[in-house]
Structure formats: C-alpha cells, structure tokens
Ligand binder design. Structure first.
Ligand code: CU
Length: 305
C-alpha cells in the first residue's frame, strides 16, 4: 500500500517552509558578525569579553528554550481547547516523553555549567610574568593605587558632593569628565596588568562595569587578578559593596593608554616622586592612614603621590 499523494495546497505549504526559514535566518546570519549585546557590556578586557560571550550564549539558550516552550504551550492551548462536554482522552506514564523532559534540561544545565567553569578559569587566570603589577588599596572612603618605585595615586572623599572629580588626581588628563571621577588607575593597553587588591578597613567592592568584573577587597585577604585591555580608553569604576557613609562617592576610573604613553607617564611620576621633598622615602610617599568615620569632615584630603 502506498501513501496517498499530497494535495497541491499541502505541497505549496511545504515548499514555502524553507523560504520562511531562510527569510528569518538570513538577517540573523548577516548580522551575526557581532553577537547582540543583550543590554550588557561587551567587555573592555579580554577576560571581560569572555564573560560577555558566556552571558550572550546563556541568553541565546534561554531565548531558544523559552521560545520552544512558548510554542508548545500555545500549541496545547489551541490544539486541545475545549470543543465539547466529552471527557478528553486520558493517558499517563508516557515513558519516552518523561525521559525526554527530564534528560534534556539536565543536558542544558550541564552544558551551561561546563561553559561557566571554562570562562571562570579564564577570568581567574593569572600569568607568570605580568607586564605591570599595581597594588590597589580600598579604604573608607577612597582608593590608592601603588605603582613600582613609590608612585602612588590616591584620593579619598569625606564630603558631599564629591570633591575629588573630575580631574582624577595623580592620573593623566582624562575625558569625558563625568567618567573621570576619583583617582585614575592607569595601565598600558594591550599588555597584562596584575592587580593586587586589599582593603585597609572593611569590605569594599572593586567594580569596573565595562570590564564585566567585580571583586571584594577584604581586610587581611589578598585578591589577585589580571586585566588585559586591548584598546585605549577611560572606564568608570566604583565601590560595589556598601561600606559606610560615603560609599556612594567611592568612585575611580581606569585609564588604558598606549604602552609608550604609559611608560612616559610612569617615569614622569617616578621622577616627580624622587625629586619631591625627602625623596622616595619621604612621608608624602608613604601609604597614608585611611580616613575613619571619626575624622569625617567637610574637607577633602588629596594626595597624588
Ligand atoms: Cu566601599
């Protein structure tokens, strides 16, 4: 017995299916030179970009699963809507179906878990020989960036509104001004910078949104991580952990500049530190005592080195 031939209308519908798929897929494929950002930062560091790809992949998986589930729900709602008062056909223990909707979600979770582990390992990877090491100290309420040879960029805030910005004391000239509040964490673009993060008092959060990166600064704990910023730029940053009265003013910014320009800035700062009163070991070049709540007043203490 052979199958009955398809009716002309049915064959027409079948022929249109590939066209519909191409019409939907083509714009996506042509636009796929760059994955949509899904309202996230693409990651200004190589590490942050890996994080973005994980987020985008998870988002796409969620769209596929959500769309598929939505279609199934609509199909069930309309295909099996109430048509009469008769009791519909009842069935249970559909083993293949139950296995499918148990195993498929487990596979999805395992795949997402594997990608997450791989990405987190990339984020946490510290190279053996970074091009630059910067010691970063968070304190109530400000940031201190210690470079080799006693170059210290430091700013603290003890009044409202923030008196520190927008110049970014100790950093290079910076624009746009709104992005340059607080001290500037300067690093060479295209090279690997090691950050050694500590806190001088309570828990703070080192957060650079465009790097897709946040990490606690904890008293008594050293957190180390690497940044590689491929392109020059200015990136806003702030404390992301509520830490007291002026937490909201614990702003800083990251400045990535070409390596030659960075070396010129650093040597300028170094010679300036060495020629300042008392040389590199003078009190001005020592780490200053962080401001405590008992010393809060309406003046801002500034020290660029
Ligand atoms: Cu803080």
């Amino acid at each position: 017995m052979t199958a009955p031939p398809l009716r002309p209308a049915a064959t027409g519908r079948l022929r249109r299916w590939p066209l519909a798929v191409v019409a939907v897929a083509l714009p996506v494929l042509l636009g796929a030179c760059q994955v949509p950002h899904f309202y996230a930062f693409r990651g200004a560091t190589t590490q942050g970009h890996d994080e973005f790809l994980l987020y985008a992949g998870t988002f796409i998986a969620a769209i596929v699963v959500g769309g598929f589930t939505g279609v199934l729900i609509l199909w069930a709602v309309f295909r099996y809507r109430r048509r009469s008062e008769d009791m519909p056909r009842q069935f249970q223990y559909h083993i293949p179906l139950e296995l499918t909707y148990t195993i498929v979600p487990i596979i999805i979770v395992l795949v997402l878990f594997a990608f997450t582990v791989v990405t987190e390992n990339k984020m946490d990877l510290v190279v053996d020989h970074p091009d630059l090491v910067v010691n970063v100290y968070a304190f109530q309420w400000g940031w201190e960036f210690d470079y080799p040879n006693h170059v210290v960029v430091r700013a603290e805030t003890t009044s409202d509104p923030d008196p520190v910005g927008p110049a970014g004391p100790g950093g290079p000239s910076c624009s746009p001004a709104a992005w340059c509040q607080g001290p500037g964490l300067v690093m060479p673009a295209g090279q690997t910078t090691r950050i050694q993060l500590r806190s001088k008092d309570t828990i703070h959060g080192f957060y650079v949104p465009e790097f897709n990166f946040s990490r606690y600064a904890q008293p008594g704990v050293l957190n180390e991580f690497d940044f590689t910023v491929p392109h020059s730029g200015v990136y806003r940053a702030q404390c992301a952990q509520f830490c007291g009265l002026y937490h909201s003013l614990m702003l800083f910014h990251v400045v990535a500049m070409p390596p030659a320009q960075f070396r010129a800035w650093l040597s300028r700062e170094q010679s300036s530190a060495n020629t300042s009163v008392g040389g590199p070991n003078s009190p001005q070049n020592q780490t200053t005592t962080p401001t405590t709540p008992s010393t809060v007043n309406n003046t801002a203490a500034r020290s660029s080195r």
